[in-house]
Write a protein that binds this ligand. Structure first.
Ligand SMILES: C[S@@+](CC[C@H](N)C(=O)[O-])C[C@H]1O[C@@H](n2cnc3c(N)ncnc32)[C@H](O)[C@@H]1O
Length: 266
């Protein structure tokens, strides 16, 4: 891995990072083996947002995407009731192996997140075994979110959790990450995204991964231009999951209904 750090004044860019060294087992043990209060709050916000939206706008099943899915299934599960297919996109070969291993029968630790989603009837309506629907819907894809430019307006609901600020130290890549995600959505699509606030990077197993130091104002400023409706909330206390961040930020809303997906004007 590149040894440059933010202190050098040189950004560690996304392409500099050895993403295939990401250890999904270590990541899950640290973050998602037992549900944190922060994740419970985030799941509840996303559940309300998606279920309210689709109650007001019922229709046929749609295509969803979780960008930088990594070793986290709860964003994809949050879209499951409304999706015919869900693309789980990630750059890391190790995370792609993990995600593929979860398609046939996902692990029991994800049940606690599903239980929170089931506080809304849209989720309980899927019956006792959401694994069947997940198996039918999940499409794991190894890919780079910066390459989504060629697939603008492809997905009708989307999530991106702890990715745009956690893929390099660069503010420019943070902004482009958000832009790629938002432009991949059709006009009017509901979305949810989460971010680590003021992160100094994170360890997964034996490896350190970079992060970009962003605030709630940065998140709003970055997303606002792509949305018809946007809400953000600061969640949690500093340094609960690890040292070196000041909380989490969740953002949710709708892709701008008047967005043009074929040009660069947004
Ligand atoms: C901090 S992890 C977040 C994982 C997961 N979304 C979660 O909520 O825990 C960042 C993820 O972004 C992925 N990633 C990094 N750069 C990427 C890129 N250019 N395109 C797609 N995924 C990328 C990594 O492989 C990793 O899975």
């Amino acid at each position: 891995m590149d040894s440059r750090s933010p202190g050098d004044g040189i950004d560690q860019l996304n392409a500099d990072v050895a993403w295939d060294t990401f250890d999904p087992a270590a990541y899950i043990d640290h973050n998602y083996r037992h549900m944190l209060d922060e994740d419970q709050e985030i799941v509840s916000i996303v559940r309300r947002h998606f279920s309210d939206h689709f109650r007001r706008n019922p229709g046929r099943r749609i295509a969803g995407i979780d960008v930088g899915a990594g070793a986290n299934l709860y964003p994809a599960l949050s879209m499951l009731p409304w999706c015919e297919e869900i693309t789980l996109l990630d750059r890391s070969a190790a995370n792609v192996v993990y995600l593929k291993s979860q398609v046939a029968e996902y692990d029991a630790n994800w049940d606690q997140f599903w239980d929170v989603l089931c506080e809304d009837e849209s989720y309980t309506a899927l019956g006792d075994d959401p694994r069947v629907r997940f198996r039918q819907a999940a499409r794991v894809e190894q890919g780079d979110l910066f390459d989504l430019a060629g697939r603008r307006g492809r997905w009708s609901v989307g999530t991106m959790f702890f990715v745009a600020e956690s893929l390099s130290t660069s503010h420019e890549e943070f902004r482009r990450g958000v832009e790629s995600f938002m432009r991949a959505l059709v006009p009017g699509a509901p979305f949810a995204a989460a971010f680590m606030e003021h992160s100094r990077g994170y360890d997964v197993g034996d490896w350190h991964f970079p992060a970009c130091d962003i605030s709630e104002a940065d998140v709003r400023e970055c997303i606002e231009g792509y949305t018809g409706k946007l809400e953000t909330r600061h969640i949690g206390q500093p340094n609960v999951v690890r040292e070196g961040y000041s909380g989490m930020i969740v953002a949710w809303g709708l892709r701008d209904p008047d967005a043009c997906v074929t040009d660069s004007a947004g």
